[in-house]
Design a protein around this ligand. Sequence first.
Ligand SMILES: Cc1cc2nc3c(=O)[nH]c(=O)nc-3n(C[C@H](O)[C@H](O)[C@H](O)COP(=O)(O)OP(=O)(O)OC[C@H]3O[C@@H](n4cnc5c(N)ncnc54)[C@H](O)[C@@H]3O)c2cc1C
Length: 359
Amino acid sequence: MQKEVIIIGNGIAGVTLAVLLQRKGISFALLHRKGEKRPFGLGETLPPSAMPLLQQLQLLSLFEENAYRKTYGYHSMWGSSRVTDINFYHQNPFKNGLKINKHQTLEKMRDLIREDMISYTKGFEIINEAHGSTVVLAKNDGIKIVQGKILIDATGRNRAVLQKLKIDSETHDELVAVSCHVPKIKHPKLTHEVYVESFAQGWGIVSALNETENICTIYTQKGHEILAELKDVSQWKSVLSETVYFKDFLGATENVKLKGGNANSSVAKQISGSNWLALGDAAMSFDPLSSHGITNAIFTAARASETIDKKLTEADPDAFAAYNETMRKIFQQYLQSKNNLYRQELRWKKSEFWKRFFE
Ligand SMILES: Cc1cc2nc3c(=O)[nH]c(=O)nc-3n(C[C@H](O)[C@H](O)[C@H](O)COP(=O)(O)OP(=O)(O)OC[C@H]3O[C@@H](n4cnc5c(N)ncnc54)[C@H](O)[C@@H]3O)c2cc1C
């Protein structure tokens, strides 16, 4: 099978790129692992600033139609024990964000490109051929051979392609997340369905996942002693007893599933090479405090589709290097604003979790 582009990974970044390449008439194959389980819902929120990007890419109605709901603001208790009400009413041109249903949105987008998706069960191998093309062997019981000019890593924090290309990452912190889905509770003192609260050992966010469930996520540092207690959801209420409102969201804990994982800021040391590009979390992973992970996946996919177009149609030799430079600049700006945000919380400057932002 011969294609211009081989994409590996079928999350928001990989699938968005596939849809954009299809519109440009650039051939691609999207490789993904067969029979992946439906991922644990993270209840991601898109801020109003993401709406113009979706509109520009003609993806806004698809995202809106498959979202759980529009969001008009959020509450936060960060830096003081006062609740701040951040209202999107003053944002322009969109006065709302979206609480997305990632699974449903992805399925709708995959429907557009399904005939160009190839699954594999036993991993993949990359072979760079002398005449500049890349061959990917997708291994099932047999082997499917896909040949392309450009290879894309869209495998999220796994960075599966980058690992095979021996490209390292820079890790900027050790933030980890533990999430659980709990029965929905509407807090009498909060109007918006997203609430952030910091506390001595980290911070938490609770938001509506759907009509019946909330998702609660606690962020702390890898190795922190509260992680052992957070592994048992029945202990959350006592671990979070010092929080002001967060603890009120922890109702019944029977049959509640927990999910943990990395949520740290990291960036690939190289985001593109002569015939490959990384997108989304594979390129740079953001702290969920930024609420910009999905926007980054969509933005990098949009920039990658333009970059690929330039390389294929204009034979622009600098296109891939410029992509690397732009993304690394964006990451530096992001790091600065993320650290500034953490430094606004002065109440626990000496605690294990917060002190690193002040050292
Ligand atoms: C707890 C938490 C809360 C978050 N909240 C928000 C939020 O509110 N707003 C927001 O914008 N962002 C949020 N994010 C970030 C957001 O979820 C990610 O940034 C975004 O999903 C990244 O998309 P992606 O396509 O790059 O990667 P992923 O969504 O990770 O997709 C990668 C795909 O590649 C596949 N894959 C992995 N390895 C391989 C392999 N070896 N071979 C083939 N396929 C592979 C995976 O199965 C997956 O389908 C949150 C993240 C976390 C952890």
